[in-house]
Design a protein around this ligand. Sequence first.
Ligand code: SF4
Length: 223
Amino acid sequence: MKPAPELLVGGLVPFTTIDFPGRLAAVVFCQGCPWQCDYCYNRHLWQASGENMIPWAEVLAFLEKRQGMLDGVVFSGGEASVQPGLPEALKQVRALGYATALHTNGVVPERLETLLPLLDWVGLDIKAPFDLYEKVTKIPGSGQKARRALDILLRWGGAFETRTTVDLALLSAQDLEAMARDLSESGVKAWALQPCRRDDGVAVLDEGLLAGARAFMPDLVIR
Ligand code: SF4
């Protein structure tokens, strides 16, 4: 049998307490993303390969050394789910005793579904009301894909949260309210909002702006 392709890694954060609920984790940033969000903090990961890639064997060696100190590994990006090497990487990380998490935009819902048996937690980006996705991602049809990914997670029954980067140049209070209504009616329990930081680095989400959204998702959190 042909060996699985190597996971293409563009970065590694050795320790986080905020990216995998209840876990002390490392974050592996994977190369490649088919979408083009204006506010993307990780443009250097858009291409399938980058200038400062870390060999997967180095990541594994790092995780072997951290056994007992960390208990989770998050695969983020870019978009980790588009890489054919991800399933094997998840198996290897689990074999070291780590819990696994995926941060995903849901761009390939069918692949997400096949990954779920290898995952302990998922964070799914919800970028906009599903019919307005293209405004954020620049890619036609992206909203339908994210919708299908959400439906797959809702059927899964495992632990997940939905997350939205709020760029007020792209999302209005009405958009946030429409999203909250849709998520609530779909059965989503966890929704985290992250204000978009532009050049000045300042980002605040006014509670007044969120009043409509809170009416449908009272437990939404701001990070
Ligand atoms: S989906 Fe994520 S990684 Fe891809 S362009 Fe948008 S913000 Fe960047």
